[in-house]
Ligand binder design. Structure first.
Ligand SMILES: Cc1ncc(COP(=O)(O)O)c(C=O)c1O
Length: 485
């Protein structure tokens, strides 16, 4: 999957320069008002071209981190505060009791506002459609429809369009995997891939392990399917704590693990490859299937596309779920699952629940992937998401109260924000919604209703004045809540 093009390398170098300056500012080595290294000096020091440094400095100006003074060079903006506050949230420790999950109207409320154009979209993890390859995909759709108009209108039965399954399988070659297209089952988004996977490997009353905090739709599925969730500690950088999982496996009858190993939602953690290998080995030994959700895997900020759990899967126990919802078109609803030893069972679930799928979007997606445009699009998209995440981190650090801790994801586009204790994220949501600003309160990411002082912030939209005003306003609302006690 890693096709390192010249453009990708340039984007990576430019990113490194941006990161380098941000690190210096965050650590306090460069203070507000200090002069930043000269273009020439930094280009020599980091062995990159002057134009790369220039490009990075332009982005840093846009972020509000650097200011240019004519004839004097670049300076750290006087408004940039020391970044003690943007430390990552603390490692989570949870009580390891399997629990029933209960969600109420909260879920509905978050989704109701997600489609309201009047609301500033900091809630649901939704990408700005302007970042999606709208023209390229529409061209592919027209080509596909013109080539086979009858087929475009006909039923397409599971496992789905053969060309698309081939294109998806081909993308795994870059990860050293040889995926048989027959083993790829097309689903309606990653959501259906996760639901079918859980249906296939569990029965009502079973215990399912999840990372804590975890993506709330997984908790919702667990609730609706009458399963029990056991939450496993996680580290903000490396994800699921394997010792904690091992301990849970020894003490209870876990039937499946659902986890996002690459850029988890909401934390953005990235599990190191060595941990992935140990994780899969541990699960193989215990006979527990891993449902891995790799929806953010292509959105890495570093140079390398991270490996997936399936890379270490010798016995076919990993069900890899993903979709193009965060990268190409959420509305096409194209997801998939590679289910290996569970493939036939899963296919039966798919046939039983939705006997056929939309044809044209699958044909169009196959055409789009075949055209080679996706790699070029991804290079730009990763850069955009990274800039948006960086900008949001900076703005939150400026406007949220002292003591706020913010995740520092290496991919994806959500931020996990730990506010000082006593600040109730649900109350903040209520006040924010009255002003048409959305966010996701932390308690949605746990069956135990932890994370009451946490929020998840979506950075999927290009930065603009409306988003900036919303962040400033959230800071004011929190200040009001603190003053009211
Ligand atoms: C981790 C994770 N998995 C799955 C999904 C759902 O994906 P889809 O829209 O493809 O169903 C999301 C969307 O926010 C997500 O963040």
């Amino acid at each position: 999957m890693t096709v390192v093009t010249r453009a990708a390398t340039d984007a990576f170098l430019y990113d490194q320069v941006t990161r380098h300056i941000l690190d210096l500012v965050e650590k306090g080595t460069l203070k507000p008002g200090d002069r930043a290294p000269s273009l020439r000096g930094l280009s020599k020091q980091l062995r990159v071209s002057i134009s790369t440094v220039n490009q990075a400095y332009a982005a840093l100006q846009e972020l509000g981190v650097l200011r240019v003074r004519p004839q004097s060079g670049y300076f750290v903006d006087a408004q940039v505060e020391g970044q003690q506050r943007s430390q990552p949230p603390r490692k989570t420790t949870v009580s390891r009791q399997p629990r029933k999950v209960r969600f109420g109207e909260l879920f509905e409320e978050i989704f109701n506002v997600a489609n309201d154009p009047e609301v500033v979209p900091l809630g649901a993890a939704v990408p700005g459609i302007e970042l999606m390859p709208v023209k390229g995909l529409l061209r592919a759709t027209q080509r596909a429809a013109a080539r086979q108009p009858e087929r475009a209108l006909d039923y397409c039965f599971p496992p789905g369009n053969a060309d698309l399954r081939y294109e998806i399988a081909r993308r795994y070659v870059g990860l050293g995997l040889s995926v048989d297209p027959a083993n790829v089952i097309i689903t309606s988004g990653c959501s259906e891939a996760l639901a079918l996977s859980l249906q296939t490997v569990t029965r009502r009353g079973d215990i399912v392990a999840v990372e804590s905090p975890t993506y709330f739709s997984v908790l919702r599925l667990i609730e609706r399917m009458g399963l029990l969730a056991v939450e496993i500690d996680s580290d903000p950088e490396t994800g699921l704590c394997l010792d904690a999982l091992e301990n849970a496996i020894e003490t209870m009858n876990i039937k499946a693990l659902v986890a996002v190993l690459n850029f988890s939602n909401p934390v953005g953690s990235l599990m190191p490859d060595a941990h992935k290998e140990r994780l899969v080995g541990m699960l193989e030994q215990a006979g527990i299937p891993l449902i891995e959700d790799d929806i953010y895997g292509d959105l890495h900020f570093g140079e390398q596309r991270p490996a997936i759990g399936k890379c270490y899967d010798r016995e076919g126990i990993v069900l890899t779920c993903s979709s193009f919802s965060k990268t190409i078109a959420p509305g096409y609803r194209i997801g998939w699952v590679i289910a290996d030893r569970y493939r036939d069972d899963l296919l039966e679930w798919k046939q039983a629940t939705s006997s056929a799928m939309c044809s044209l979007p699958q044909m169009a997606m196959a055409d789009y992937l075949r055209s080679g445009e996706y790699e070029r699009h991804l290079v730009r998209l990763r850069k955009d998401y990274r800039l948006q995440v960086d900008k949001m981190r900076f703005m939150l650090a400026q406007h949220f109260p002292k003591g706020t801790r913010i995740s520092n994801p290496q991919g994806g586009f959500v931020l996990w924000v730990e506010m000082p204790r006593g600040i109730d994220a649900l109350e903040l949501l209520n006040r924010a919604l009255r002003e048409k600003i959305s966010l996701t309160p932390g308690l949605m990411f746990s069956a135990t209703r932890k994370f009451r002082n946490f929020v998840r912030i979506n950075c999927g939209y290009p930065w603009d004045a409306r988003i900036e005003r919303a962040v400033v306003r959230l800071g004011e609302l929190i200040a009001d809540m603190t003053a009211e006690g």
